[in-house]
Design a protein. Structure first.
Length: 284
């Protein structure tokens, strides 16, 4: 199981989730621009990130894996699922919508909460906002987009890496080259011209100020097997806010093939998770 994240810290953001999945081998690499990875000036676009992820799988001699990914790393994992579906067995994306959302009144209402994407993507302005002064945008995201209180030390752990000019530049490049272009491609319907063959689970916090308000419609026309699960009491930072609950839904989803073989049932139908106490109407 490959665990991917979009934070400047190491893969420690997944520690509490992994602790709940003791029987699974987990690998937590740092993608370019995240964790302890190098921060060169280029290579932050989606195609480059997908190529590096494939190269990593080759280097680890992993032909086919389960991937669990959060935030912008989930966009990279989705890109891999479309480009090389044979490399994935199952995919769990956390804190992002599925790629088949349409422009709707609900989505328009959610857009103002995405103001920071455009600021951080701006050349010059974005790197400066990430590293200078009190780093107010990052502080706002860490506090207002999180469903639990953070200690000063925890906040500092997020902020400190971005004071490095190279890492702040890389952070801005990720917004400019990967996050915003991918989101705009989704809105333009580019992904609705393709089909997602990899069984995929979308998990989001029911209190996420962006994803929970997007009102995602069913994606059965474009996905062979897509499930959606909202976690109550969580916002954007689901792996840190509700690690035990996230681990539970990951376990159920990744074990789905075995459970279906044992019961003799067929694959689950595409669409939102039905009958879940945490499932919200629509999608995140």
């Amino acid at each position: 199981m490959l665990l991917l994240h979009g934070f400047p810290q190491s893969g420690a953001v997944w520690d509490a989730v992994v602790a709940e999945l003791p029987m699974r081998r987990s690998i937590r690499p740092d993608l370019r621009g995240a964790g302890a990875s190098d921060v060169p000036r280029g290579g932050y676009g989606l195609a480059s990130q997908i190529a590096e992820l494939c190269a990593l799988l080759d280097a680890l001699e992993l032909d086919r894996v389960d991937i669990v990914a959060h935030d912008w790393a989930a966009l990279v994992a989705l890109g891999l699922a479309f480009a090389s579906p044979e490399r994935l067995r199952r995919l769990v994306i956390v804190g992002v919508p599925h790629p088949f959302i349409r422009i709707s009144p609900a989505l328009v209402r959610a857009m103002p909460s995405m103001w920071f994407d455009f600021v951080l993507a701006a050349p010059g302005i974005g790197p400066a906002a990430l590293r200078r002064g009190r780093q107010r945008i990052l502080r706002t995201l860490l506090v207002d987009y999180c469903a639990r209180e953070r200690s000063d030390d925890e906040i500092e752990g997020y902020l400190a890496p971005y004071r490095d000019p190279a890492r702040a530049r890389a952070g801005s490049a990720l917004y400019r080259r990967l996050i915003l272009p991918t989101f705009l491609a989704i809105l333009a319907g580019r992904y609705r011209r393709r089909r997602l063959e990899v069984p995929t689970l979308v998990v989001y916090g029911a209190d996420d100020p962006i994803v929970a308000r997007m009102g995602m419609q069913s994606a059965s026309r474009w996905a062979a097997h897509l499930e959606v699960h909202a976690l109550a009491g969580a916002s954007h930072f689901v792996p840190e806010e509700r690690p035990a609950e996230l681990a539970r839904v990951i376990r159920v989803f990744l074990d789905g093939d075995a459970a279906q073989r044992d019961s003799g049932s067929s694959a689950a139908a595409t669409g939102p998770v039905a009958g879940s106490a945490d499932a919200a109407s629509g999608e995140a």
